[in-house]
Design a protein around this ligand. Sequence first.
Ligand code: VG1
Ligand code: CO
Length: 541
Amino acid sequence: MSVREIITNPYADQKPGTAGLRKKVAVFQQPHYLENFLQAIFDADPRLHGGTLVIGGDGRYHNRTAIRTAIAMAAANGVRRVVVGQGGLLSTPAASHLIRSLGAAGGFVLTASHNPAGEDGDFGIKYNVSGGGQAPESLTDRIHGISLGLTRYRTVDGVQVDLDRRGSQNVGELQVEVIDSVDDYAHLMQSLFDFDLIRDWFKDGHRLCFDAMHAVTGPYAQRLFVDLLGAPATSLLNAIPLEDFGGGHPDPNLIHARPLVERMHGADAPDLGGASDGDGDRNMILGPGLFISPGDSLAMLCEHLHLLPGYRRGLAGVARSMPTCRALDQVARALDIPCHETPTGWKFFANLLDAGRVTLCGEESFGTSSDHTREKDGVWAVLAWLNILAATRRSVQDIAQAHWARFGRHYYARHDYEDLPVATAQALVQALQDRLPDLVGQRHGELQVSQADSFAYQDPVDGSRATNQGLRVVFADAARIIVRLSGTGTQGATLRLYLERYETGDLGLETGAALAPLAALADRIVHISQITGRSSPSVIT
Ligand code: VG1
Ligand code: CO
């Protein structure tokens, strides 16, 4: 088996965004496109040479082709061992866990997360480093820099790997191990949660409905909820992974997880509803007739996590991304533990988790996880809720109402304006940024601007700085308006407007109604309709 160096031209557009490199499938199908990016990774991270590399993806269209390319290039670049999920499947949190538990040098996670899949859909790749976390910005900058100058990549020809057959195969010197996609992850979950207690809860007639959205969590949900915990198979919706996710948009929110939402709002709704996204790192939590916003779910988990076996020692600290609502801060204050505020994107939690400074972290974008892995983890969040319901013998409604009565309630929504002309979106952000100093002190009805700035973050562990991480207009504890541009889209620019209103009195309002005055105020301050010509957002979550 001989190594070939293929002469090629670099691609200029391989700058990783919030979560890796994400593009249309057609972009990834260009000759040498994926190869160029992978070679930049092999060149940027010398630990891969002679090391173990984990590979797996969310099963979307192009997954298997990309994995074959990656294995051939791993063989040519001196990787010693590749561990790949059967059928090419690994959820993002399971891949992160494998990298950690195998002491691997790194991992390729092939996913465009919740973005639609199929020939006309999106594809993506994230590079996770040893320890399991997403490559930090210093490394993604280096990878991008190298990718811009590459003129050759290394590969071997004629690689035959059967991704469906478990066991060891050789590609030249490289050992390729195809493993069960779920086993290690299922063991990890059993070490964190009280499976006997949850099993009893199901035996007593309590019910779950989990929507895998035809994406990667199907096999994980089958093993954990049905095989190990004894929930009936009818508890699962859309549990067969499909290359195009069944034509759907595997984003677990009130809009895209419609069948689940309808079931949870119907008569005879199950006790808990959950859903996860394309690559298994997001989660949505519902009670009968009740949606628990991700920020609330994070705060409620923080309040109860010490009841669960893996967290009996309590929480060292917690963290949330800046746009995530400040419900978590209230609980952290009551528990007297540190609460960190980081930029958007899971990679910013990694150092805090590695240093043992935080146990639980989350984002408003339906992401929650703990220090058990270095990615957000959808199935983990559903198991944590199940375990809390089983341990407290309370309903989701009880838990939510008691939580709001004690800590107050953060009404919260994100308004996305998708596919805007890039120049328009950038001009809007720039114009707001220029006006920020004038906003401080302004009064708008009962609200007064206490702070208006562009969020910057200094990592308390390694001192690295990230600037321009979103514009925020803060009205003390009462409310916040946040604006930032998405770093995961593949078409035009997506503007995200985040609205948060804190209430200690009116706890039972409908979210849209509760936020309507703040949304109107945001438009007056940010000038969205005026600048974009859009009278309403594309999606509200
Ligand atoms: C979005 C979310 C962010 C999340 C990221 C990746 O990024 O806002 O919170 O970490 O997606 O999630 P952006 O830059 O588009 O706002 V996933 O499930 O795609 O790995
Ligand atoms: Co995802």
